[in-house]
Design a protein around this ligand. Structure first.
Ligand SMILES: [Zn+2]
Length: 505
């Protein structure tokens, strides 16, 4: 346990030192937990992840929208967040400290089965298990609901809230989507944007934030289309690391490698459309650079699920810092959301099927970007070794914040000129390139290893003679010479994983 904690601190320390993230923010005023600043490399990494997420959704036929992050109270009354988006809290009767009741019970009484307990049941559990205030050991009061939304105000007196998820704001556009998609279901849309949750006492740094960037894909779909989802045929033979609830009940935590078609046959998924969404979420995480053996898909127990959800699975990533980390939720939300907004807005949010009005279902893929960002740094960390006198980051080339570094051997015009041309050619290809002239080549390699740059290109005096440059690969630390006219295409293939560095030798 203590070594896990140390590793989490190692990663956070490294992230701060090298400019990935800083905080809690604002640091010079002491910081508020749950807020972090992204430094230059963290922002580059987040941009890379966002662009991978975006292209994955677009390839899967989703359209992107962007909605306001503040909405009037009526929206959150209808969505159920005003009444139901609460954490259970308890206050120490002596020192007045406030705690999240479920976390506190799990901390002081590991293994207690409290998932899905009501507020009164949690109060009972605290009494029964003898849970006390961690700071003064006094008894705790009744468990009360604490709403996680951040409240604000429009104009002088209209109550409004910062959105706790992007999904609800997407649902409000349902009638607009019907026009855009020419009344044809299913309709697939996604949104990437900020969301806010007023966590009571967020810990675990970047994993529990009060302000974060959420990605949520939604499919508006009819029940019969969920069952006969034609695209399922293309992915039915995909093998995924699945941990169904039935397996967890037997006490197993290792995922089963199972074909999706088999998982449907065994009733682990309700239907083909939902299984297709789970596969898409898994594919997005693989594209973000997570190794197969560091991932599993875990089904929620009925008690863990939101009351309206018909099924829920999570994508989990194995980290050295915190063990398995829940990174993404895939939900079958039924028609709960549209039904509620139809009722509260008095607008028709249904379609006509066989002369009957039907409110469509929603399938959802939802995740914050900061968690995978942290997990990727955790998974990429490589300690200092005999071969290399610094710890380094082994980001997959496609995801690395800087993909190529370009070095003129020395800061002389005859080298800087051709190096700048190469830099421009690589940037024109859409690669993220850094130009560095400072210090010895060895020091420059070291700096790039520390931030995980997969390839470095050096322009030297041989370049002027025969037009060749050196490419140095981060992982093997080996070098090859390539003609500068071929360089852009070679690097494009190396970064996209279409060519092995060893094939150049
Ligand atoms: Zn106390």
């Amino acid at each position: 346990m203590s070594s896990e904690r140390d590793f989490g601190e190692t990663i956070t320390g490294l992230a701060k030192k090298r400019g990935f993230f800083w905080g809690p923010s604002p640091e010079i005023y002491g910081g508020s937990s749950g807020f972090y600043d992204l430094g230059p490399l963290g922002k580059l990494l987040k941009n890379r992840l966002e662009s991978i997420i975006r292209s994955s959704f677009v390839r899967a036929n989703f359209w992107e929208v962007e909605c306001p992050t503040v909405s009037q109270a009526a929206v959150w009354k209808a969505s159920g967040h005003l009444d139901g988006f609460v954490d259970p809290v308890t206050q120490c009767i002596k020192c007045g400290q406030i705690y999240r009741a479920d976390n506190l019970i799990e901390e002081q009484s590991p293994g207690a089965r409290i998932a899905g307990q009501s507020l009164d049941e949690l109060t009972e559990s605290i009494k029964k298990l003898g849970v006390v205030c961690p700071s003064c050991r006094s008894p705790l009061g009744k468990v009360e609901p604490f709403n996680l939304m951040m409240k604000t105000r429009l104009g002088l007196d209209q109550d409004a809230y910062l959105r706790p998820e992007t999904a609800t704001t997407t649902y409000l556009l349902f009638r607009r989507f019907l026009t855009f998609f020419r009344d044809k279901l299913p309709m697939s849309v996604f949104q990437i944007g900020k969301a806010y949750r007023n966590e009571i006492s967020p810990r675990q740094g970047m994993l529990r934030l009060r302000e974060f960037t959420q990605t949520e894909g939604q499919i508006f779909i009819l029940e019969e289309d969920e069952k006969s989802w034609p695209q399922f045929d293309e992915i039915k033979d995909n093998v995924l690391p699945l941990l169904p609830y039935a397996t967890q009940q037997k006490g197993d935590s290792a995922p089963l490698k199972m074909k999706l078609s088999e998982a449907i046959k065994k009733n682990h998924f309700r239907n083909a459309g939902y299984a297709w969404c789970v596969n898409l979420a898994y594919t997005i995480f693989r594209s973000m650079g997570f190794a197969e053996e560091k991932m599993r898909l875990r089904q929620h127990s009925p008690a863990e699920r939101a009351h309206y959800a018909k099924d829920a699975w999570d994508v989990e990533v194995l980290t050295k810092s915190f063990g398995w980390v829940e990174c993404c939720g895939i939900h079958d939300r039924g028609n709960y959301d549209l039904t509620r907004h139809q009722e509260f807005s008095k607008e028709k949010l249904s379609v006509t099927v066989d002369k009957q009005l039907v409110v469509p279902n929603v399938l959802e893929i939802a995740f914050g970007i900061e968690r995978p960002l942290f997990c990727l740094i955790d998974n990429s960390f490589q300690p200092e070794s005999e071969a290399r006198d610094t710890d380094w980051l082994r980001f997959p080339p496609e995801v690395a914040p800087i993909q190529v570094a370009v070095f003129p051997l020395m800061g002389k015009d005859e080298l800087v000129g051709p190096a700048s041309e190469i830099y421009d050619a690589l940037m024109d290809l859409g690669l993220i390139v850094q130009f560095d002239v400072g210090g010895s080549i060895g020091k420059r390699y070291r700096r790039q290893d520390e931030v995980g740059t997969p390839f470095c290109v050096t322009i030297d005096y041989t370049t002027i003679e025969d037009g060749t440059v050196t490419i140095r690969e981060r992982d093997s630390m080996e070098q090859v010479r390539v003609h500068k006219d071929e360089l852009p295409q070679v690097l494009r293939k190396l970064v996209r994983g279409l060519m092995l560095f060893s094939s150049l030798k």
